[in-house]
Design a protein around this ligand. Structure first.
Ligand code: 13P
Ligand code: SF4
Length: 302
């Protein structure tokens, strides 16, 4: 069966099963094109919280599908590949978090959504890359334990007087982008706007014109009068930017960066997930209720 037939099957199954297809901006082009909602992790969480269809097929990584399950109450959430994971999410664990809380008893815990449901459950509030600075500055505390991304923690520290106590996690996709990659790319395209994700290392952030979540990148690319952009993030984002801005040019900073977890999902996995209603993501209680509190605290901040 070719991709066109598989895509037609998916559309039919979505209708028959009254399902919605949510996809992250790093998904493969053919999945991006089929998605009912294509967005960053914050907008996907917001959508899941108010989804009106009983079945959600989530094309992203596990922590995103877990977030959808936690926020969508009585909906069924399917992750087309059970092995679609984010290694950073597994870099923080509840035992180490407890020890950190003991060391810094006055600190509040802000946890990036790229984390397990268990760690969210032990946190005061969650954040994404789109709202991390606002969430931290909105908290009534001088010290913030920030888990698990040390690069995002470092980025937030630039915009707050609070003391950020970073976890030592990182994203292997963004952490590989180097200042040398930026300098080489700049030499080739000196007039391009350099736009990077805040999961990049601090020395890359220092050189950027724009630091944005993937949703922010979509907005800046649309609104900017510039014609050329150098993008420091996963290549699925560049795929979307090119498709939606045909008059503009988008290039990767250094070699194209692929997230294995995101790219593990193919069209046939989406079709199989719908057909067999697999692989259901269910966050168990009491973790679910406690993690929901931290996620809702984030969503209530707007
Ligand atoms: P966004 O929230 O910007 O979509 O990022 C999610 C992510 O996993 C980045 O690596
Ligand atoms: Fe996780 Fe990095 Fe992939 Fe984002 S790009 S899902 S942080 S591994």
């Amino acid at each position: 069966m070719n991709d066109r037939d598989t895509a037609a099957d998916i559309r039919r199954l979505l209708r028959e099963k009254n399902a919605v297809l949510l996809a992250h901006n790093y998904q493969r082009a053919e999945i991006q094109e089929l998605a009912d909602v294509l967005a960053d992790s914050l907008d996907l969480a917001r959508y899941a919280a108010r989804a009106d269809k009983p079945l959600i097929v989530f094309c992203g990584v596990r922590f995103m599908a877990e977030t959808a399950d936690i926020l969508s109450e009585d909906k069924t959430v399917l992750l087309p590949r059970p092995d679609a994971g984010c290694p950073m999410a597994r870099m923080a664990d509840t035992d180490s978090l407890s020890r950190m809380k003991e060391r810094f008893p006055g600190a509040r815990v802000v946890t990036y959504v790229n984390s397990t449901a268990e760690v969210k459950a032990e946190s005061d509030i969650c954040c994404t890359s789109a709202n991390a600075v606002r969430i931290v500055n909105g908290l009534n505390a001088d010290e913030i334990i920030f888990a698990p991304d040390r690069n995002l923690a470092h980025y937030v520290q630039r915009f707050t007087d609070k003391r950020i106590i970073p976890w030592d996690g990182y994203c292997y996709v963004h952490n590989r982008i180097t200042a040398d990659d930026v300098k080489e790319s700049r030499k080739l395209l000196p007039d391009a706007v350099l736009m990077v994700h805040p999961e990049c290392p601090p020395e890359v952030i220092d050189l950027a014109d724009e630091v944005q979540s993937t949703g922010g990148m979509v907005r800046v690319a649309q609104e900017s009068k510039a014609r050329r952009f150098l993008i420091g993030t996963e290549e699925g984002m560049i795929t979307r930017l090119k498709r939606e801005n045909p008059g503009k040019e988008f290039y990767s900073v250094g070699p194209a960066r692929l997230c294995r977890g995101m790219k593990t999902i193919h069209l046939k996995d989406v079709r199989d997930a719908l057909e067999k209603e697999q692989h259901r993501i269910v966050v168990p209680e009491p973790v679910k209720t406690r993690a929901r509190r931290a996620l809702e605290n984030m969503l209530n901040e707007g």
